[in-house]
Ligand binder design. Structure first.
Ligand code: FAD
Length: 240
């Protein structure tokens, strides 16, 4: 049951399933008790309370599952070298419990059906984009939606089969998996792709962007788009 004595209700869920996508990327599927109702919008995150180094520390994790489909909540995370929170979560087993508050976050879908939508994500930062794309595809087909999804290694492009199937079923959705050349940085590579396609490629500035990634790459991409004529309200982003 949610504990509502605090400012935000707190939920306790059981880890129902763990899926390893790659050696250092996994999904945890979190099952809430049947009587608990938990509503969220595609793109929102939960704040997990983790017992680290003798105290409760919070870490945000985005819900990679879709609120439009029944089933457990899914978070997907990568093991961060030296990171306490991700190491703790990688040490968890099926049947254990996790406590969280939420949902939080304003990185959510504000789809304009007349406007091409470009989603850009790297590795696990696909988490908020995945339910957004699914939600957008429930609306009547509008302008094109394209996902540029990058990772250093093929195995880190998770949910690929699902995105390919969505692209086959929905002609308005295009999926571009992207792997940089050896030695090229992933964020630099994605920035170059966006520049070539949407800054230098044409004069159109009516696209919407949804960008998510780790570190300053997302901010550089946002700045590139703003500096080249895209209105700021058309650029939605979240930096981890
Ligand atoms: C709104 C929001 C949503 C998030 N959702 C997710 C999610 O769905 N999945 C997920 O894996 N992480 C997500 N994160 C990052 C997550 O909260 C933790 O920061 C991450 O797991 C590292 O925590 P840590 O305690 O292991 O390492 P820390 O010691 O807290 O972090 C070490 C460093 O790792 C960087 N970092 C953060 N995330 C990553 C990452 N994924 N890969 C590599 N380096 C990273 C941080 O910037 C920091 O500099 C999200 C962050 C934010 C702000």
């Amino acid at each position: 049951m949610p504990q509502s004595s605090q400012r935000w209700p707190s939920y306790t869920a059981t880890i129902e399933r763990i899926v390893a996508h790659a050696a250092d990327i996994r999904s945890l599927f979190l099952r809430l008790p049947d009587e608990v109702r938990f509503h969220f919008s595609p793109g929102q995150f939960i704040s997990l309370s983790l017992p680290l180094a003798g105290q409760n520390v919070t870490r945000p994790y985005t819900l990679a599952s879709s609120p439009d489909q029944p089933g457990p909540l899914e978070i997907v995370l990568n093991l961060v070298p030296g990171g306490l929170g991700s190491a703790y979560l990688f040490g968890r087993a099926v049947g254990e419990e996790l406590t969280f508050t939420g949902p939080f976050g304003l990185f959510t879908l504000e789809r304009r059906p007349d406007c091409e939508a470009i989603f850009v994500a790297e590795r696990t930062a696909i988490a908020p984009i995945r339910p957004m794309i699914k939600r957008a595809l429930t609306a009547p087909a509008g302008a094109t939606m394209r996902l540029l999804y990058g990772a250093e290694h093929e195995a880190e492009l998770i949910y690929q089969a699902e995105f390919r199937a969505l692209a086959t079923a929905h002609p308005e959705f295009q999926f571009a998996p992207l792997l940089p050349r050896q030695g090229e940085s992933l964020s630099g590579f994605l920035l170059k792709e966006v520049r070539e396609r949407y800054v230098e490629g044409d004069q159109r500035r009516d696209r919407q962007f949804y960008l998510c990634g780790v570190g300053s790459g997302v901010l550089e991409m946002r700045q590139l788009l703003r500096d080249n004529g895209y209105p700021r309200q058309q650029i939605h982003y979240e930096k981890w």
